[in-house]
Design a protein around this ligand. Structure first.
Ligand code: GRF
Length: 292
């Protein structure tokens, strides 16, 4: 159950403790104030009392929880949590028409297992559509994934790695957000400029360690194992003009086992990537588009 909550709310184990404590303390505070307020009206504990209690509690609860969340350092979590609840109650959760959805492009050069996980994650999303897969590699496994999922794909000529060829494709499909999933070409600066904070990448190690030019795929895991690191993990970060350098928005790590090899490490990393990339990407997309 705690694992599910952690993954649903995207919090660490420690933060989950604080969040639960906030719910508990906020709830008790709300109940206490509710009863005190009702005492002022001197109403007998009967049906009217219960109805009024429920009304007061429902109104007070968000305030109490937010008040408690501040000293417990959970204000930002509860601000978003309450936003989501209010949006649902006010019908903000309706499915957008297809032409109004936020269009996402996935860039991939290889097997595309992350692309597949992201496609699955967004398959029934009401607001986000994986519109196109972009690759520089005509032999990439991700092309078969695009075909199976009935998603359009475009091959950018690797010799033509200039901003114009990208911007044309991105314009053609009205792309709002870009997810890099094992894309091995440098994204031209003009594309980054055209998508401020709207391009994110997943990296199979704990950046800033084991990142930069030449650090991709098995090379990363070989280096981590060779250095006898005690832990590794994944990083999801915004993309800027420097390889693996942009602001980190998410990391998840684990301890390496005593007999870890680059292959076993790669398999563990892939599982973690598939678990998190869609969720973290969804949150980043919602945030930049001011959706909850
Ligand atoms: C992933 O490990 C990702 O972190 C990195 O490239 C790899 C792509 O793997 N950027 P796949 O093609 O998604 O299987």
């Amino acid at each position: 159950m705690f694992k599910n909550l952690r993954s649903r709310w995207k919090v660490t184990g420690l933060q989950l403790l604080f969040v639960i404590a906030t719910f508990a303390l906020g709830g008790s505070l709300c109940g206490y104030i509710g009863r005190k307020l009702l005492d002022l009206f001197n109403i007998e504990k009967a049906v009217v009392w219960v109805i009024m209690y429920v009304v007061i509690i429902t109104t007070l609860w968000p305030l109490c929880v937010v008040a408690v969340s501040i000293p417990l350092g959970q204000f930002s979590f509860f601000k978003n949590y309450l936003k989501r609840i209010f949006s649902r109650l006010s019908g903000g959760n309706k499915t957008m028409p297809e032409d109004k959805k936020i269009n996402v492009a996935i860039f991939a050069s290889g097997a595309g297992s992350n692309a597949l996980a992201v496609i699955k994650h967004f398959s029934d999303n009401k607001n986000i559509l994986v519109k196109v897969i972009i690759t520089n590699n005509a032999a990439a496994g991700v092309i078969a994934i695009a075909k199976n999922a009935a998603i359009i794909y475009e091959i950018i000529n690797p010799k033509n790695n200039n901003s114009q060829s990208y911007l044309e494709v991105l314009k053609k499909y009205k792309i709002d957000f870009i997810l890099l999933a094992g894309y091995l070409k440098m994204i031209p600066a003009n594309v980054i400029k055209a998508y401020p904070k709207k391009i994110i990448n997943i990296h199979p190690a704990l950046l800033p360690a084991y990142g930069g030019i030449g650090m991709y795929g098995m090379r990363v895991h070989d280096a981590v194992v060779a250095a006898k690191e005690r832990e590794s993990g994944i990083t999801i970060h915004k993309v800027d003009e420097i390889y693996d350098n942009g602001e980190i928005i998410f990391q998840e790590k684990f301890e390496l086992s005593a007999n870890e090899t680059a292959d076993t490490l790669a398999a563990k990393i892939h599982l973690l990537e598939h678990k998190w990339y869609g969720k973290v990407a969804e949150e980043a997309i919602y945030k930049i588009h001011n959706l909850v």
